[in-house]
Design a protein around this ligand. Structure first.
Ligand SMILES: Cc1cc2nc3c(=O)[nH]c(=O)nc-3n(C[C@H](O)[C@H](O)[C@H](O)COP(=O)(O)OP(=O)(O)OC[C@H]3O[C@@H](n4cnc5c(N)ncnc54)[C@H](O)[C@@H]3O)c2cc1C
Length: 282
């Protein structure tokens, strides 16, 4: 009980501020925050999905002292539920299988499936980097891909499915990336929920405050920066509607068919719209 009150107070102290909370509570919370355990790294990565693990591996390979924080006891975000299909063009896998592809054709296909609503710059960057990403997963994490199959979308053979015994294939992806993280000696703090990104007066991120598995406050200082890889906001209707939905009125369902498809297209699941659509809708 004491811990719970203390944690809530600390959260208030960081988010709401002294003006909103009782002065005594805030100052107690602030001094408790000062007293908590402190760890110092060059880079702090929040989130142990494929994005966070990739960022941490690259930071480590660049010589940084890096750690990963995740609020769950293991990687538990979208990555482990995903189809593990990486859509890419110009890859070593396509070349091995004699598939002729081009970046222009891949870009055109991506824009077609989003009905022209994909961000052109982001789509271009994704297309241009996709082959390197596939190569990186193999070279860095030992990930192998199944034989390419021709699908109605993405056109040609662009769906690179992670191979291995775990299903869905995203779980295999996460396992092999986590194996690599461990092999590199990158500390992963599970059951550690970030509640605040600390910053300097000029708004540079200086680290994070987190609550660990014992419900104690821990300060992670980051000399070089904080990388936020906490996944999407697909479970938050308010944010989805603010950024992605067509306007709704009281007489209309929150998601009509058109907005639901828009949501899927823009939801960060561009990599596999088709399988996501089948898993969620069929
Ligand atoms: C059913 C499904 C199928 C999909 N299939 C594909 C596919 O085949 N191909 C494809 O390209 N894409 C696919 N996607 C999309 C893809 O899975 C995601 O875009 C991708 O996994 C996102 O990875 P991430 O590392 O950004 O986030 P996540 O994997 O969601 O990881 C985020 C992590 O952050 C942690 N976290 C969150 N908040 C905090 C906090 N405050 N403190 C500490 N930790 C926190 C979470 O516990 C989690 O472990 C699919 C998505 C779904 C839902």
């Amino acid at each position: 009980m004491t811990r719970e009150i203390s944690r809530r107070s600390l959260f208030k102290a960081s988010v709401v501020g002294a003006a909103a909370a009782g002065a005594a509570t805030v100052s107690n919370a602030a001094s408790a925050a000062e007293k908590g355990r402190t760890e110092t790294y060059d880079v702090v990565v929040i989130g142990c999905g494929c994005a966070g693990m990739a960022a941490a591996i690259e930071a480590k390979n660049a010589g940084a002292k890096v750690c990963i924080l995740d609020k769950m006891p293991r990687p538990s975000g979208n990555t482990i539920f995903s189809g593990g299909i990486i859509n890419a063009a110009g890859t070593y896998v396509q070349k091995q299988e004699g598939v002729n592809d081009s970046l222009d054709a891949f870009y055109a296909d991506m824009m077609k499936v989003s009905q022209g609503r994909g961000d052109p710059a982001l789509t271009k960057m994704y297309v241009e980097k996709s082959a390197d990403a596939v190569q990186w997963l193999t070279s860095e994490c030992g990930i192998k891909f199944r034989r390419l199959e021709k699908e109605s979308w993405p056109m040609l053979q662009r769906g690179h499915v992670v191979d291995g015994p775990l299903k869905p294939h995203g779980a295999q992806l996460a396992k092999q990336m986590l194996d690599r993280v461990k092999a590199l000696g990158i500390p992963v703090f599970f059951n550690t929920k970030v509640i605040e990104i600390t910053r300097s007066e000029v708004l540079h991120a200086t680290g994070v405050k987190a609550v660990d598995e014992d419900e104690e406050l821990v300060t992670f200082k980051a000399r070089g920066g904080v990388i936020v890889c906490t996944g999407g906001f697909h479970n938050n209707k308010e944010l989805i509607c603010r950024y992605m939905c067509v306007p709704s009125s009281q007489n209309q369902p929150l998601f009509d068919a058109k907005s639901f498809v828009s949501w899927l297209v823009f939801s960060g699941c561009h990599g596999n719209l088709q399988s996501l659509f089948h898993q969620r809708v069929a």
